[in-house]
Each structure stands twice: as C-alpha cells, then as structure tokens.
Design a protein around this ligand. Structure first.
Ligand code: C2E
Ligand code: MG
Ligand code: MG
Ligand code: MG
Length: 290
C-alpha cells in the first residue's frame, strides 16, 4: 500500500542520513590524526596576468590524502576542520609549508611571486594570528610581501573592528590581503573602504554566468569599485577564451582558473615556471638570500 511505501522511503532517508553522519564521524576521527601522519599536501594554482602573459601569484590550496578514501576535497573536510577547531593547527602548518616552499623557489631562482593562503574565520578568533604569521615569515626568511592572506567578506564584516585591527597590523608588516569570493557575501559595500585589502577576487559564480547581461553588469561594477578604491582585481574560475575576452574588455587583467592552470603539486611547478615566467610586476621587493 501507499502507506507502506511511504514508511519505506522514510527509512531509506534515515539510512542515507546515517551513512552521511557515519562518514562525517569517521572523517572527523581521521582528521585529528592527519597532521601527525603527514597526510596533507599543498597544491598551487597560478594567478595569471593575461596582458603581460606572466604568472603574478599562486594560491595555495589544501589537499588531504586519506589512506583509504584517497584525495578528499576541501569542500568536504574544511567545514569539519572549522567546526572542530582543527583548522587552526592545520593553517599553522600551511603557513610554514608555504613560506618555506616560496623561499626555495626564490633561492633556486625559479619564481618570485606572492603565494596566498585561505584564512578561516577561526584564525581571526585566535589572539596570536599576527605572531604566528610573523614567526612563519621569520623562520622561513620569506619577505612579508611574498605572503598573501585570502579572507572572505563574512570574516571581514563579523567583528569588523577587531578584524580590521588585526589586518592592519599584518599589512604594516607588508603581508598582502585579498577578499575572496567577492560578491557572494552580501556584505555592506559601505564598509569596503575601511577593510585594509590589496585585492578583490571576483567569485567564480559571476564568471561562470558572465554571458548573462546582469552578471556582466555585476562584474563590471566590481572592477570599477576595485579601481576606485585603489585595489587590484582577480577573476576566479576562468575557463574559456570568451570569458577572458570579456574580462579584458571590462578592464580585468589578472585571472585564475582552469583555462590557465589547475592547482598543481610542487613537483609539477618546476616545469610550469620554466614555461611560464613568474614574476611580480607591480611590487619590486628586495629579496636577500640567507
Ligand atoms: P577558494 O579559496 O575560492 O579557491 C578556489 C577554488 O576554485 C579551488 O577549489 C580551485 O581548485 C577552484 N577552481 C579554480 N579554478 C577553477 C575553474 O576554472 N573552474 C572551477 N570549477 N573551479 C576552479 P578547491 O581547491 O577545491 O577549494 C575549495 C575551497 O576550499 C576554497 O575556495 C577555499 O575556500 C577552501 N580551501 C581550500 N584550501 C584551504 C585552506 O588551506 N584553508 C582554508 N581555510 N580553506 C581552504
Ligand atoms: Mg581562495
Ligand atoms: Mg574564491
Ligand atoms: Mg570559494
């Protein structure tokens, strides 16, 4: 009867819920051991200046090599890491890993670009974010302008005063800051000028739908706001020549996306750099070998 099949559906739904919760619980348990077991890996995606045809930066993205499930995407494990607070030690590890790697690229003269790291809201709740970043820089010997922190609008807007104070301190060190996934956070534009950021990163949802007149209008206005506030702009998720042409016509030259390069492990970046010049063109820092 229909009553029975309804009951059945409900139990299947229950089973699905259970399976989901079980996977989550087991991932959480494994995540607690992942750092000690060296299961994390950093991959790097190029930011590309489409006019100069050079790599102008890299974004560091986390990968978890799970011993049984293989590579698990950040979309699945970052939320667990954030809820459990494990994101804090994981980000500390990232900071040291990324800064040391960038020093190596400088010493071997393969690349001279800023590398960005994504910062969860949790990091701004720790009192010593500044000290931790400073320590990663001094231990590795990386000049601060070669490190960039990517934050989202919601981080900047929640507890604005405190976050702005922390960001200003980091900026005064020379560390760069960008606003990630810009346009999706429903932030109040009225405060944007008070957040000390160098760069706006246009979220990939706008690029994906950039054929739509309305999305094009939003992209165009984000570029204008960035320009007027003296910020740089990066388009995320660029996949087609049509998108590149549109973005260029709107005045955006720096792009990140599968069209130019996927996130790559360190072992593949050597070759990438020999084929694609990697240099900062807007900042001309002095890097001293130690
Ligand atoms: P995000 O910071 O906005 O990073 C960009 C994401 O878009 C990356 O996904 C990247 O692989 C993907 N992407 C780049 N180009 C394209 C493209 O052309 N098409 C499409 N469809 N996707 C593209 P990924 O690596 O899976 O990371 C997802 C999100 O997870 C990141 O979004 C970031 O919010 C978070 N995440 C990744 N690594 C870390 C980390 O170390 N710490 C923290 N707190 N979050 C991280
Ligand atoms: Mg990012
Ligand atoms: Mg993004
Ligand atoms: Mg994102």
């Amino acid at each position: 009867t229909s009553k029975d099949s309804g009951k059945n559906k409900f139990s299947i739904f229950d089973q699905e819920m259970n399976r989901h919760q079980l996977r989550r619980m087991s991932l959480e348990k494994d995540l607690r051991k992942a750092l000690a077991r060296s299961e994390f890996m950093v991959v790097y995606q190029p930011k590309w200046d489409s006019l100069m045809n050079v790599t102008v930066g890299l974004e560091a993205l986390l990968r978890w090599r799970h011993p049984e499930h293989g590579i698990i995407s950040p979309g699945e494990f970052i939320p667990i890491a954030e809820e459990t607070g494990l994101i804090v030690p994981i980000t500390y590890w990232m900071l040291h890993e990324v800064c040391s790697q960038n020093v190596l690229w400088h010493k071997e003269e393969v690349a001279s670009v800023a590398v960005s790291i994504n910062m969860s809201a949790r990091m701004f709740e720790t009192e010593n974010l500044y000290e931790v970043v400073e320590e990663a820089l001094s231990r590795s010997g990386l000049p601060p302008h070669f490190l960039e922190l990517e934050i989202t609008e919601s981080i900047a807007m929640n507890n604005m005063e405190e976050t702005v104070a922390q960001l200003s301190k980091l900026r005064s060190l020379g560390v760069r800051v960008s606003l990630d996934d810009f346009g999706t956070g429903f932030s109040s534009l009225g405060n944007l000028d008070e957040i000390p950021v160098n760069t706006l990163k246009i979220d990939q949802v706008f690029i994906r739908k950039s054929k739509m007149h309305s999305k094009k209008a939003i992209i165009s206005n984000i570029i204008a706001i960035a320009g007027n506030l003296n910020m740089e702009v990066v388009a995320e998720g660029v996949e087609t020549p049509e998108q590149i042409e549109l973005l260029q016509s709107l005045g955006c030259r720096v792009m990140q996306g599968y069209y130019y390069g996927r996130p790559m492990p360190v072992s593949e970046l050597g070759q990438w750099f020999t084929e694609n010049t990697a240099a900062i063109y807007s900042v001309r820092p002095h890097f001293t070998h130690t």
